[in-house]
Ligand binder design. Structure first.
Ligand code: PMP
Length: 450
């Protein structure tokens, strides 16, 4: 319905507008050559703009660039800052800790409190800390293989669980393939990573039947290939099939902590054997955690006791340092609260109804998926049921044009797809602006016949 030439004409116009409006960011891109490709981390080039917006500072749900542009931030560091940029309790706690040492390789009293807080919030009794969610997932896969003596893991097509080589396997035309974009991987991952479609109960039953899969590693709904919701009953069946086959169920709630207090598994079920959560749990300070049942803790202890002395291959020097513990303690104690979720939910409801109204007003074949504080605008008619359908629904040219159009009007969406996050500090006026500008973008795209 939207003319392809209209997309490229509007994109060209918006690129010119972006360049004119962001001279300092442009100069930065040209001069920051001490960095590879001008950025300290290459993902920063993945935004829809011709060069990245250079951030000056951020607070709450607002970010300011070095060009003095103020943005309503619905990206929120791709979930790392989903409870708001620099919430006051976090800023205060880390400022106080900064004068008391940041990394000792020793436990602390605050750490003991944090362990109890994690158990209370997520309903699992035992926890470990890592520095990133990627690292937590790598550690968990290793524990699961060690505990079960099984080589294989199972993942869902289109998933993302961080920089975890084992999960970079896709289904293409029904065949498992090593993900071609993975740099420098020389191992064939296919013998030890089983990949099936999300929501495919028959494939899941067949894959677990042999009893040779150590763990299923899954998000309770997929959030990294657009949004793919679980079909009714699928997660219950997943839990049941794992139990029947002695497969450990690992739920990666790094993103789905947005579903509600205690994450998706506590608000919607089922309970995992191991739960991973990273990013926002430290409010932007690098840290992640994984929690597990008493039964898993016993098996981990037996495995740990039975191995020869030497490197476990799990954890790094900075894991669970005082800075990370302090950050999580402040976040869980004072920021990630039931009240915060109540606010997020009511603002999200407003956002969803306004997005739906925009879609309806223009009669486009799009839809909105959402759960908790995470919203996805999908530029196709039907909600995708699995990774293959979600991949097919993506329209990079259209989506990146909309992102750039919005960025030029002071609104940031996550760069990878049309994901919007609502924080406890997001205001109704920000939601209203987003809906109004999306409305304008659609009106222009539909009117432009080139
Ligand atoms: N798990 C999920 C579900 C994620 O979305 C991500 C990152 N997008 C990760 C793990 C990895 O997080 P990090 O990059 O902080 O290691």
């Amino acid at each position: 319905m939207i003319d392809r030439q209209a997309i490229s004409a509007i994109r060209d116009r918006e690129i010119a507008r972006f360049i004119a409006a962001n001279p300092k960011s442009k100069a930065h891109a040209e001069t920051a050559q001490g960095w590879f490709q001008g950025v300290p981390f290459h993902w920063m080039l993945d935004w829809s703009s011709p060069f990245p917006i250079v951030a000056q500072q951020a607070s709450g749900a607002t970010l300011t660039s070095i060009d003095g542009q103020v943005f309503d931030d619905f990206c929120l560091g791709d979930t790392a800052s989903m409870f708001g940029h620099s919430p006051e309790p976090l800023a205060k706690a880390i400022a106080a800790q900064a004068g008391q040492g940041l990394s000792y390789m020793l436990p602390t009293a605050k750490g003991a409190e944090l362990g109890a807080m994690l158990a209370e919030m997520f309903g699992l009794p035992q926890w470990q800390v890592t520095t990133t969610a990627s690292e937590a997932n790598r550690a968990v896969i290793r524990w699961c293989r060690g505990m079960t003596g099984r080589d294989k893991i199972l993942i869902f097509n289109g998933c993302y669980h961080g920089a975890v080589d084992d999960v970079f396997v896709d289904l293409r035309e029904g065949r498992a393939v090593n993900r071609p974009s993975l740099i420098g991987q020389v191992q064939d991952l296919l013998p030890t990573t089983v990949v099936i479609e999300f929501n495919d109960v028959d494939a899941l039953a067949a894959a677990l039947h042999g009893g040779d899969v150590a763990c299923v590693l899954a998000e309770p709904m997929m959030t990294n290939i657009g949004m793919v919701r679980d079909a009714p009953g699928f997660l219950t069946k997943l839990r049941q099939l794992c139990d029947e086959s002695g497969t450990i169920l690992v739920l990666d709630e790094t993103h789905t902590i947005s579903s509600g207090y205690g994450g998706h598994s506590n608000t919607h079920g089922p309970k995992p054997d191991i739960l991973v959560v990273g990013k926002s749990i430290g409010g932007g300070v690098p840290c992640a955690v994984y929690g597990f049942t008493a039964d898993i803790a016993e098996r981990m202890a037996a495995l740990n006791a039975s191995r020869p002395a030497g490197h476990s291959g799990i954890g790094t020097t900075l894991s669970a340092n005082a800075l990370a513990i302090t950050a999580m303690h402040a976040m869980l104690g004072q920021v990630i609260t039931r009240d915060a979720y109540n606010h997020m939910q009511s603002i999200t409801d407003r956002l969803v109804s306004q997005l739906k109204a925009v879609i309806a007003a223009h009669g486009v074949n799009w839809h909105v998926s959402h759960i908790g504080a995470r919203v996805e605008l999908v530029c196709s008619a039907n909600p995708p049921r699995n990774g293959t359908e979600a991949r097919a629904a993506m329209d990079h040219a259209l989506e990146s044009t909309i992102h750039l159009y919005l960025a030029n009007r002071g609104i940031l969406l996550a760069p990878f797809h049309n994901m919007m996050l609502v924080s406890p500090l997001t205001q109704t006026a920000q939601v209203d602006r987003l809906a109004a500008e999306l409305n304008n973008a659609l009106a222009e795209l539909l009117a432009c016949k080139n």
